[in-house]
Design a binder for this molecule. Structure first.
Ligand code: ZN
Length: 460
């Protein structure tokens, strides 16, 4: 099965003829044939794959395929798959991307609708998977069932980031945590699940768990971001600083209270040798935040010819140099990493913005500059811009202008009003994509769908 590269999209796409073949194979008995569009290739979500090896098969079980990204090498396997007679899911997207060696980084949308969950779109939730760790961004009502319907495992979630305290972003959180608790065993040595979100989140969780007589068997810590008053209309601002004063949280250290770093105009959430995560301020009906995950640069490639010329024998010394340590050869000569390593390789950057009609301060644009993936809400179409602004929301135009100002490589729109339906299910959402693309000089814009997965390849 041949592949071609879409002129405006670094993702490898399945050619139209092959898509047609896939659609013939995988008509959904529930929804009929999936729709195709210029940039998306919906195929059937569930397949039975008794023979196909690897990620496409698991002992003959049905596997959710929608939204998965497959390396080019896997493409022939798709043709071996058979439709699952029990399929009852809406069709969704499969993008076929080039293979990526090394640490994977994927975003899976679990809910892409605003206000409330409905069968076509769940409430806000996004799962980021990196190096086996799962981080959840927002947790609208129904997120746990969306997780069960996906190929992801909720038990892998180690960090949760909440953009703001509107119900369609947090009502799923107490329930999800309780279910995770049911599935876990008490283990005091376990690292806590870190939960980051606006001031007031700790009290919301504590009261929900307390009043429902729920106890979590695993430790968790809620780290609260203190917003500034200019993040929402003055009449909407609530000071939650006294909410849980004097009350202790069960099973958990209370977590940190994070204040805006005035120099950086942002909040430092976490940093290790591989990455840094910061939050920045957004304007909404209630204080809202965006999060940016920035990987640190990786060491450049070893220059094998130089290594040979300097007399470094192949083996562990190569590894030491790659890790940044100088080595001493038997001859007594010292070789430093700078002698044999190429230029550092930039890390990837993923930005997830909460509901907003725009940023507060200048940090958002600076922190999101050059983002590999920018996830931005576009609740309403451009024609409803006034209404969107009144409600503290964005349109595709708002999102595209922000993406353009920070030169994001890929803009993904999400958080659509429930008046819009996924492709082939009523109101055309394509107009939102076209409105954003019109401001981005032909750069392709992605409309998020529930269960869509986007892979962020390593830079070379
Ligand atoms: Zn909101």
């Amino acid at each position: 099965m041949a592949l071609h590269r879409h002129p405006n999209n670094p993702t490898l796409c399945i050619p139209g003829s092959a898509v047609q073949r896939l659609l013939e194979l995988w008509q959904c008995p529930f929804h009929g044939p999936a729709q195709t569009s210029q940039q998306s290739h919906p195929v059937h979500p569930w397949q039975r794959s008794p023979k196909a090896p690897g990620a496409l098969a698991a002992s003959g079980q049905c596997q959710p395929l929608w939204g998965r990204t497959f390396p080019k090498s896997r493409l022939p396997l798709l043709a071996q798959l058979q439709p699952c007679p029990a399929a009852s899911r809406p069709a969704a997207l499969v993008c076929v991307a080039g293979g990526s060696a090394g640490m994977s980084l994927e975003l899976t949308f679990l809910g892409t609708g605003s206000a409330f969950p409905c069968p076509a779109r769940g409430a806000a939730a996004l799962l980021l998977r990196r190096d086996g760790h799962c981080w959840l961004f927002d947790c609208g009502e129904g997120t746990q069932t969306q997780l069960m319907r996906s190929h992801l495992r909720a038990a892998r979630i180690t960090k949760i980031f909440i953009t703001h305290l509107h119900g369609d972003h947090i009502f799923g959180l107490p329930g999800l945590l309780c279910t995770l608790s049911l599935q876990s065993s008490p283990d005091a040595s376990k690292a806590p699940v870190d939960i980051y979100g606006p001031l007031g989140l700790r009290s919301f969780l504590w009261r929900s768990l307390e009043l429902s007589h729920s106890q979590l068997l695993f430790p968790y810590a809620v780290h609260e971001l203190v917003p500034t008053r200019d993040q929402c209309p003055p009449e909407e601002f609530r000071d939650f600083s006294g909410l849980d004063r004097g009350e202790a949280l069960p099973q958990a250290p209370p977590g940190r209270v994070l204040h805006l770093d005035p120099g950086e105009d942002s909040y430092l959430l976490l940093e290790d040798e591989q990455l840094v995560v910061r939050a920045f301020r957004l304007f909404h009906r209630v204080p809202s935040f965006g999060f940016v995950l920035q990987e640190k640069p990786r060491p450049g490639k070893l220059n094998v010819q130089k290594l040979k010329d300097l007399g470094v024998p192949p083996g562990p010394l190569y590894g030491q140099l790659k890790r940044g340590a100088a080595v001493v050869l038997e001859s007594g000569a010292t070789v430093t990493p700078g002698d044999v390593l190429g230029a550092p390789v930039p890390g990837r950057k993923v930005c997830v913005l909460g509901d907003c009609s725009g940023p507060v301060g200048l940090a958002a644009e600076r922190l999101c500059r050059g983002a590999d993936v920018l996830v931005h809400e576009a609740t309403l179409e451009d024609g409803l811009q006034e209404l969107a602004r009144e409600r503290g929301h964005s349109t595709p135009g708002t999102a595209a202008r922000f993406a353009r100002s920070c030169r994001a490589r890929r803009l993904v729109l999400t958080h659509f009003s429930q008046r819009y339906r996924p492709a082939g299910h009523g109101t055309d959402l394509g107009q939102l994509r076209r409105q954003a693309e019109a401001l981005l000089d032909g750069q392709e814009v992605t409309l998020a769908e529930d269960f869509m997965t986007i892979e962020v390849p390593l830079k070379q």
